[in-house]
Structure formats: C-alpha cells, structure tokens
Design a protein around this ligand. Structure first.
Ligand SMILES: Cc1cc2nc3c(=O)[nH]c(=O)nc-3n(C[C@H](O)[C@H](O)[C@H](O)COP(=O)(O)O)c2cc1C
Length: 220
C-alpha cells in the first residue's frame, strides 16, 4: 500500500481515558521483571514490576516506576542498589504470586534461588535469564509514584541465550498488558532487505509534503 493511500483512509478514533487502569485493551506494554533489593537487615526482597524501560546508552540507564510505599522503593532510596531480573514465560505464575506475598519477602519465599550479583548487594535470581545490576542515579516523585533512574553497572545473561539459534525463543520474555493479562515475546523477525533498500531510497529522496490544514497552528 502506498503512503498516499494510507493517508486518505481515515480510521475512526475513539477517545479513551488517560489512566492506564481504564484501558482495555492497553495500547502500552511494559516488560515483566523481578526486581531484587536489600532490606535494612541484609535480607533480600523481590517484587514484580513492569513500569520499566531502557533510557540512555551513556550512562547505561534504566527507568523504573515504583510506588513510594513499596519495599522496593524504600530499599533502593536507602541502599542505592537494585537488580532487574528478566524472567522467561515459565515463571509467569511465580511472578504474579510474588506481587501478593506478605513481607518480608526474600527471594526464597517465592521458591526461586538467590545467587550473588557481580557488583551490587541485592542478589540475582538464578531461574531468571538475564540480570541488570543497577545503582541509583536520580529519582523523581509524582504523587504516590517514584521514578527511579538507575545506572547499569553490571549485566549478565544465560549462556544458552548466547548460543541459541533463536535467542529470543530461549528468553521468552514477558510483557504486562493489563491487570491479570500478559503477553509473551515468541518471535523475533529481522527487517527484510526490501525495507532496508526503501529506507535508503527515502533518505536520498528530497520530497515536499503538503501540510494538512487541520494540523496548522492557529494564526494570530
Ligand atoms: C505483574 C505485576 C506487575 C507489577 N508492576 C508494578 C510496577 O511496575 N510498579 C509498581 O510500583 N508495582 C507493580 N506491581 C505491584 C507490586 O509488585 C506489588 O504491590 C508488590 O507487593 C510490591 O512489593 P514491594 O513492596 O516488595 O516492592 C506489579 C504487580 C504485578 C503482579
């Protein structure tokens, strides 16, 4: 389908609430991870999180959204450290259960195995497939939520993921869609050669695009 054809076909847009809790379906996804932190007495804490994203290369930065009353938030703000553990689809029930277990909630209480991290005190979780060890860089509070920016100081992944013919099939990463609903990344596809060629052509073409009257800023 050509670009012009796409522009002529206008879909009907329905207004939805800005609050994610009201979305069904949710047009935004978050990767499901298990975050480990260290309690004041040196024991570990684990909690599922999905408000998480990679943010910058230098420094290598992760953003995590966490309720200010959560043990995870309090531990990170006090100790300055956390580990993002990346589980596969086989752990989905454990992940959900972990969110509802009483505290204290060390890694062992979820049936999972803590192993030492390379650079920080909170443990990695052996059954997870990759681990990002972070130190707190900055945080911002918005009402009940805290946005935590962490610098990745060490990262590790299962050797099987590096050796697999399809590493993403091995990782089988999970995303949170909406309450009680998740998705699994099962397929990785490489861009086709024709897309690469087309991108090159587009970057070489000098084209002028007429501006839609409705998109122009008001005059005066
Ligand atoms: C699948 C799932 C994803 C969650 N994602 C988040 C999240 O991104 N941020 C957050 O603050 N809480 C999230 N929660 C809620 C916390 O995991 C839950 O309240 C947990 O008990 C907090 O544990 P903590 O006090 O040890 O940090 C999630 C819960 C589940 C089940």
């Amino acid at each position: 389908m050509t670009k012009q054809r796409v522009m002529r076909e206008s879909k009907h847009k329905v207004v939805i609430e800005p609050d994610k809790r009201k979305w069904h379906p949710s047009p935004i996804i978050g990767q499901l991870v298990l975050v480990t932190t260290t309690n004041e007495d040196g024991t570990s804490n684990v909690a599922p999180k999905n408000w998480i994203s990679y943010m910058a290369f230098r420094p290598s930065l992760i953003a995590l959204g966490c309720n200010r009353k959560h043990w995870t938030t309090k531990n990170i703000l006090r100790s300055g450290e956390f580990v993002v553990n990346v589980p596969g689809a086989n752990l989905v029930d454990t992940i959900w259960e972990a969110g509802y277990l009483d505290h204290p909630r060390p890694v062992e209480s979820t049936g999972l195995t803590p192993i030492p991290s390379l650079k920080v005190k909170p443990p990695r979780i052996e059954e997870c497939r990759a681990h990002l060890e972070c130190v707190l860089d900055k945080h911002f509070a918005y009402g009940d939520e805290v946005i935590i920016l962490g610098r990745i100081v060490a990262a590790s992944i299962d050797q099987e993921a590096l050796e697999a013919r399809n590493p993403y099939e091995y990782l089988k990463m999970l995303v949170f869609l909406e309450d009680g609903t998740y998705g699994t990344v099962r397929k990785a596809e490489k861009l086709k050669e024709r897309t690469r060629r087309r991108l090159k052509e587009l970057s070489l073409e000098k084209r002028s695009h007429p501006v839609d009257e409705r998109l122009k800023p008001p005059v005066g």
